[in-house]
Design a protein around this ligand. Structure first.
Ligand SMILES: [Zn+2]
Length: 237
């Protein structure tokens, strides 16, 4: 069994980095996931796949910046087909829904936990290839098809699964987003909408009023609406 993990509000909300191990200068993961992640990387390597993290831990403030940039139209917002959508004629609530397809509310991103990572394999990509993190790249026709097939076959053996394996009316399909079940299930259980509202209230999030007014619906559709872990996920002893 893992040592009991004391999840506090700051960890849930991305407001601390005490639970993290830095894989590189810019990429951090949960300390208690380090061993399992290394086993996963080594197993992939044995099959000629260089498994790398595109995005690991993300702080509340970073997620807030991503959110506000999209809300302002500074960063483009894509639909699930990868097309940039027009923000003209969108109400603030419609705009929030459009952002939530791919970007979580600050305070509600699974990347705050450190046990959720976006992965890719640079050795399967052309040298100057710019990763977009779009589903087609991970599909059978995409450059990362081999990675997807490998993860589909083996990730569960190391305790990992895909919480966004399928579109269920909330967050888009994200074939790059892996979650480490032993930790993720604890964070998921500890999620508290009142805590989130308090953090959002104290933040400079754009669309604050409309988000808080609709928070129960948004939480139901985007935060709690994740795919269940398959029953074959193996938990480390
Ligand atoms: Zn992700």
């Amino acid at each position: 069994m893992l040592t009991s993990n004391h999840i506090n509000p700051a960890q849930l909300l991305g407001q601390t980095d005490v639970h993290l191990h830095y894989v590189s200068e810019r990429v951090a993961i949960h300390k208690e996931m380090k061993a399992a992640f290394e086993l996963l990387v080594n197993a992939a390597k044995a099959d000629a796949i260089e498994l790398k993290i595109a995005s690991g831990f993300r702080s509340f403030d970073r997620q807030l910046m991503l959110w506000n940039n999209k809300f302002l139209g500074k960063t483009s917002i894509k639909n699930s087909a990868g097309h940039v959508i027009s923000l003209a004629h969108l109400s603030p609530l419609e705009l929030a829904h459009s952002i939530l397809l791919y970007s979580a509310l600050p305070g509600a991103s699974r990347h705050h936990w450190g046990c959720d990572i976006d992965v890719y394999a640079p050795n399967l990509l052309a040298k100057d290839y710019q990763l977009q993190l779009e589903p087609w790249e991970y599909s059978e026709q995409g450059p990362l098809a081999k990675l997807s097939a490998w993860l589909g076959q083996y990730a569960h053996q190391f305790g990992f699964y895909f919480p966004y394996a399928r579109f269920q009316g909330g967050v888009a399909e994200e074939p790059w987003h892996l979650s480490y079940l032993p930790l993720a299930q604890q964070y998921q259980q500890a999620f508290d909408v009142e805590l989130l509202v308090e953090a959002l209230n104290n933040s400079a999030i754009l669309g604050k009023h409309i988000i808080i007014e609709n928070i129960d619906d948004l939480a139901k559709r985007y935060i709690n609406n994740v795919c269940d872990a398959p029953t074959n996920v193996i938990l480390p002893k």
